[in-house]
Design a protein around this ligand. Sequence first.
Ligand SMILES: [Zn+2]
Length: 262
Amino acid sequence: MGEKLRVEALTLKGDTLRFILMGCDTAFANALRRTMISEVPCMAIEDVFIFANTSVMHDEILAHRLGLIPLKTDLERYVLPERCDCGSELGCSRCRAVLTLDVSAEGEARTVYSGDLIPEDPVIRPVNSEIPLVKLAPGQALKLEAYARLGLGKVHAKWQPVSCCIYQQVDERQLEALGIDRTEGVGKAFIFTVESTGCLPPERIVSEAVKVLMGKLEEFSEKMRRGELMEEIKEFEVVEEVGRGLYRVSAEEYEEEEEEEE
Ligand SMILES: [Zn+2]
């Protein structure tokens, strides 16, 4: 390397940040993009206890809808349940937040919105209170308790903190047009557009992704130093599929799923 990495913010409008990354190659820019999408934790509802549901919507559909509501996230006070030392299945106040919903339609039909969820911790609340969940006809009721937890986008898209995360490589001329002087820079330049779902400020998502990426690199160099990498590569079995000419990486689970579909 030896190159100097440079970052310059272009615009920050609401939940959308545009910045320029200079002095790296495409592989690094893409690693940063993928880390933002799949490795920066945010809050989402994972477990739902439904006490009453006389609406027309099935419990599991309702639970899925609840899971997809973007929630405000506090990374200072909450940890990923797998990193929490409570060991409890339902979690503790450091690894889960509870939201309750208790709504009934009395005289006339009404829509239940995300804003009807009452958070136990006022910080962990829906980003938008106007997301429709279900419509109740007169006499119908809904009562439930939802448990939100931190998670990663690589496990489920509901834990993806970004609704858009893209980059575009730019050349010298485009940089000049943006008024960016690049006398000392070598390597490529990329314009990133990061739009948060509202769970975290977009600049926080970028800085968290950098932290995650650095942690991974440290772990990698530590393993290299201890000579442990060869062992892992050997364990990571690569099998050639003769018929299709495709390579598969120990995909037993996927094979099972494919068989079921047929
Ligand atoms: Zn805990």
